[in-house]
Design a protein around this ligand. Structure first.
Ligand SMILES: [Zn+2]
Length: 249
């Protein structure tokens, strides 16, 4: 590791590189933590819940419609029987007292049955109305959600575009800087950046800007004695330590 040597100018460029990498890191973090992204995920969950609820409601409405049809057909049958019995009665076809009584009692019981069935139909209609208004509420919420998600998507995409433009510029600048840094120094920088997030730091007033630790006088003396093209590392954080006029040497 100690074998890497580079001119002070090349070493200084690592500070530019570290700044650009910090910018790129911030942009990447901003892109991933945009509030619109989290909000869209939340609304997306609600949208799929709504879709399921609407399917359930539609299925219930279908079942209910079939049940109502059946009940209405039953009412119709009872009505037909009542009409038929009445017609027999009115036509004077039945004359025997016992038969007459039977017919009258059948008509009465058919009326009761009709009443019961009509009540069932009414109940089913009420349930259907409830479900219809529930479905309308869900559909309205779905429409509102779609509009909200559309707006959020547009806002998110605008933010993405802005971030990507800035990142594009920073990447381009970074390319220009790395072209000026010798390959072995760049490799060392990238290795440290991979493991520590930041590859190089300035030595400012006797302090490593990477780990914010003050170097002791023995270390500082060693640095003073080092040749300008020697690539130094912070003893504490192992980042490349860059000497500048502000280093306090
Ligand atoms: Zn350090």
């Amino acid at each position: 590791m100690g074998a890497v040597k580079a001119s002070p100018q090349s070493q200084l460029r690592l500070l530019e590189l570290a700044d650009l990498d910090a910018d790129l890191g911030r942009l990447d973090h901003r892109r991933r933590s945009l509030p619109e992204v989290a909000e869209l995920a939340r609304l997306g969950t609600r949208a799929s819940e709504l879709k399921d609820e609407i399917v359930v409601t539609e299925t219930e409405l279908g079942d209910l419609a079939r049940e109502q049809n059946r009940a209405e057909r039953d009412v119709e049958q009872v009505r037909t029987r009542i009409d038929r019995d009445r017609a027999r009665l009115d036509a004077g076809q039945v004359s025997a007292a016992r038969e007459l009584a039977n017919l009258q009692s059948e008509i009465e019981s058919l009326h009761r049955r009709q009443g019961d069935l009509e009540e069932v139909v009414l109940e089913l209609m009420e349930r259907r109305e409830g479900l219809l208004s529930r479905r309308d509420e869900l559909a309205a919420e779905q429409d509102g959600l779609a509009a909200e998600m559309g707006e959020l998507t547009a806002r998110r995409d605008a933010a993405f575009k802005e971030i990507d433009e800035q990142a594009g510029k920073a990447s381009e600048q970074r390319g220009g800087v790395t072209a000026d840094v010798p390959a072995d120094l760049l490799k060392l920088y990238e290795q440290i950046r991979d493991s520590r997030g930041v590859g190089a730091a300035m030595l400012r007033a006797g302090r490593c800007e990477g780990c914010h630790l003050n170097l002791n006088s023995a270390d500082l003396n060693e640095i003073r004695a080092a040749a300008p093209d020697e690539v130094l590392r912070c003893e504490e954080c192992r980042r490349i330590l860059i000497r500048t006029p502000e280093s306090g040497l």
